[in-house]
Design a binder for this molecule. Structure first.
Ligand code: HEC
Ligand code: HEC
Length: 337
């Protein structure tokens, strides 16, 4: 991580100097190192990728039989049509009650090392058990899920093929789902084309917005790297009462009201924003950061009011819009019988 930050710092210095000369976009080679998309998806050694495992995980992801009432699947709250989220401030669970937090995206989770807004889960495998079992979500005890899937002939065949000598277990169910999730990657956006050297891929306004994002507006202090997240926790001063990370990191006063920095890929498909879905659109996002957030002891020292004129606001928004590519069409799997 520190090496990565050093690279960004280096980039900011070089880019800052170049931009100062009025030549925005000239040093695309410097950009490439800090913001270039990775070539391959990382899969953990404990749960390696196979195409069959991902295909099985996809069936489970989209299968309502994974929920107790057979009335919801993972896509109910992490819907590919809405940037793998739900277009609601707070998603609705299988018992028609709103959840405590906004559903975050499943995009690019292969690059995260802790999961949930407060990071309470250490692996994607572990994370997947949460929504399945939570009574307010899918309300399905894992032993009952094993039993239900074991009564579906095609699933038995699939699991025996993908997990020889293991078949359907709590662990193999979670491993298959996590493997599918790791294949869910954000689209190639106009910004990527620009980083890859196409000088006309984004507008002049978006280029100025990127300069602001990484410079004066200091967004890249937290939204760093190709997925625009440091994978750390910060209190950005939203009015929400939720203590966030403090439930996990109890002795750290800065953990209060801190949440995991979300990535900014495919952003325009994922409104509303934030852990509580309280910010409606990109204008309100910029307005929040310009205000500097609520002053309280846990507020991140990186949060300071910003002095932005109307053109700069438009530029920042144009840049954020350039992080959304074409919407991927996700073909639904045929579910086993
Ligand atoms: C009823 C809505 C709902 C359903 C169904 C649901 N989720 Fe979620 N999901 C959420 C919410 C809300 C959160 C955030 C909770 C929190 O952070 O406290 C979340 C968090 C996550 C995260 C963490 C993302 C991050 O940035 O750390 C992943 C991954 C995820 N869900 C995958 C799944 C999978 C896989 C399924 C199906 C097995 C599923 N979800 C079913 C609502 C849902
Ligand atoms: C101190 C670290 C920090 C800085 C600086 C920062 N952000 Fe954030 N950003 C976060 C965190 C943490 C969240 C999630 C907060 C929450 O939900 O409580 C977030 C959320 C967002 C979201 C919503 C994403 C989603 O999926 O809901 C957007 C968009 C965003 N930031 C853009 C920006 C822009 C633009 C700037 C600069 C003007 C900026 N951020 C500066 C840490 C930061």
């Amino acid at each position: 991580m520190s090496c990565f930050h050093a690279r960004i710092a280096y980039f900011l210095v070089v880019f800052g100097v170049v931009a100062g000369l009025g030549a925005v976009g000239v040093r695309a080679d410097q950009l490439a190192s800090a913001y270039k998309r990775p070539e391959a998806i990382p899969f953990p050694a404990a749960n390696p990728y196979t195409p069959e495992k991902a295909a099985l995980g996809k069936m489970l992801y989209f299968d309502p039989r994974v929920s107790n009432g057979q009335n919801m699947n993972c896509a109910s709250c992490h819907n590919p049509s809405f940037g793998w989220e739900a277009p609601l401030p707070r998603a609705i669970g299988s018992q028609n009650t709103p959840l405590g937090r906004h559903a975050p995206t499943v995009l690019n989770q292969a690059w995260s090392d802790e999961f949930f807004w407060d990071g309470r889960s250490k692996t994607l495998e572990d994370q997947a058990a949460g929504p399945i079992e939570a009574d307010v979500e899918m309300n399905m005890p894992l032993p009952k899920l094993v039993e239900r899937l074991s009564g579906i002939e095609d699933y038995v065949t699939w699991f025996n093929k993908v997990f020889p000598n293991k078949g359907i277990t709590k662990r193999t169910i979670l491993q298959a789902i996590a493997t599918y999730e790791r294949t869910v990657v954000s689209s190639y956006a106009p910004f990527d084309a620009w980083v890859d050297g196409d000088k006309t891929a984004i507008s002049e306004s978006a280029k100025r917005g990127f300069k602001l994002f990484a410079g004066k507006a200091r967004c890249a202090d937290c939204h760093s790297g190709w997925n625009f997240t440091d994978n750390k926790y910060h209190d950005i001063g939203l009015p929400s009462e939720d203590i966030g990370r403090a439930a996990i990191d109890k002795s750290n006063p800065k953990a209060k009201h801190a949440f995991k920095t979300p990535g900014l890929r495919d952003l325009t498909q994922r409104m509303p924003f934030m852990h509580d879905g309280s910010v409606a659109d990109l204008y309100d996002i910029v307005a929040h950061y310009a205000s500097g957030g609520i002053q309280r002891p846990s507020l991140s020292p990186l949060m300071k009011p910003l002095d932005l004129n109307q053109n700069e606001i438009e530029d920042l928004i144009a840049f954020m819009k350039s992080l959304t590519g074409e919407k991927a069409v996700v073909a639904l799997p045929i579910l086993p019988n």
